[in-house]
Design a binder for this molecule. Structure first.
Ligand code: SF4
Ligand code: SF4
Length: 331
């Protein structure tokens, strides 16, 4: 098994394209914030135009269709075809599993690289308490149907204090499911989750005791596992992805962020105006990215300082890595 920290790369671009913010669910930790991200659904023409902004580097760009729930978009299948004709490096659809508009019958496995399913509990009780009644069954049958039709599938598990105790059961759950990638995420303190008690991140010691071990057990089943590094020692190099990589988080109101932690604020780097990616005036998130602090990520310190810890001299015990810095286990 090969374990590696996935370095940020200027060579490839990641486009996280929220084509709507509407969703059938109300997950406790939802990061969508309609005041900041809009509540409109992009028309197919607008999707085509906005994808066109990136078409010159499409061959090096990973495209992820997101929402809200992207399968609620009636033209998702056509959007996938358009992206295919532009030759994006990879195309993924993130879904909560409900698979609206018969999406599995409208696209074919050769058109997308992955369906990525969100699950936040190994038991129906925990998952559905976080994501809503019926979600566990929807994800399981969504994966089963997608795998039967020949689609590659992945799973995303967002870790919080509410579901960390079920993480050790994940290797058993994924046995025989047919997924080929598994992503572990840390719950964010953003969007709708700000108004709930679902936002507890787990401590460094619990994270380190649980996540790497479980990730290995999942990878032993032939599944590629990716999880965020989260904690860095003072000897580790800290890098802000926004300074060294090319990530765009696009929302239907035209805002484009480079850092997901900034998405609750009108600090976006760009705005799409008349189908042109237009830099925003100061002050915006780009003014924070170059700040060097002993705690590592500046936005983490500003937005979610609860996960920092200091010694008696007031010095941080560890640094928080960029939320986009990942460890990857290749079976
Ligand atoms: S987290 Fe995703 S699936 Fe859940 S409510 Fe938010 S957009 Fe919908
Ligand atoms: S999470 Fe922190 S380190 Fe990563 S892009 Fe945002 S500000 Fe930079």
């Amino acid at each position: 098994m090969k374990k590696q920290t996935v370095a940020f790369s200027r060579q490839s671009t990641n486009l996280f394209f929220h084509i709507l913010t509407r969703c059938n669910l109300r997950c406790a930790h939802c990061y969508i914030n309609r005041e900041q991200h809009g509540s409109n659904t992009l028309s197919l023409d607008t999707i085509r135009d906005w994808l066109g902004i990136f078409s010159s580097k499409a061959k090096d760009t990973n495209l992820i269709f997101l929402g809200g729930e992207p399968t609620l978009h009636p033209d998702l299948a056509s959007a996938v075809s358009i992206a295919g004709s532009m030759d994006f490096k990879s195309i993924t659809i993130d879904t909560n599993g409900f698979m609206f508009h018969n999406i599995l019958d409208k696209i074919t496995p050769d058109q997308i690289d992955f369906f990525s399913f969100s699950l936040d509990g190994v038991s129906k009780g925990i998952n559905d308490a976080i994501r809503g009644d019926g979600c566990f069954d929807a994800v399981m049958s969504g994966i089963s149907n997608a795998v039967k039709k020949g689609f590659s599938c992945s799973m995303i598990y967002t870790v919080s204090e509410k579901n960390i105790h079920e993480v050790s059961k994940l290797p058993e759950l994924v046995k025989g499911l047919g997924i080929s990638r598994f992503f572990i995420q840390v719950v964010g303190l953003r969007g709708e989750s700000e108004n709930t008690d679902a936002k507890q991140q787990v401590s460094k010691s619990i994270w380190q005791e649980t996540i790497p071990k479980t990730a290995e057990q999942i990878a032993e089943q032939g599944i590629i596992v990716t999880y965020p590094k989260v904690f860095l020692t003072h000897g580790d190099t800290f890098e802000c992805a926004a300074n060294v990589a090319d990530n765009y988080f696009i929302f239907p109101n035209g805002r484009v962020y480079q850092c997901p932690l900034c998405e609750d604020f009108p600090f976006h780097s760009y705005e799409i105006i008349n189908n042109v990616l237009t830099p925003c005036p100061k002050i915006n998130e780009t003014n924070f990215f170059s700040l060097q602090i002993p705690e590592g990520c500046v936005m983490n310190k500003l937005i979610q300082p609860e996960n920092l810890s200091y010694d008696d001299n007031g010095f941080p015990r560890y640094k928080i890595a960029c939320c986009m810095l990942k460890e990857e286990l290749q079976p």
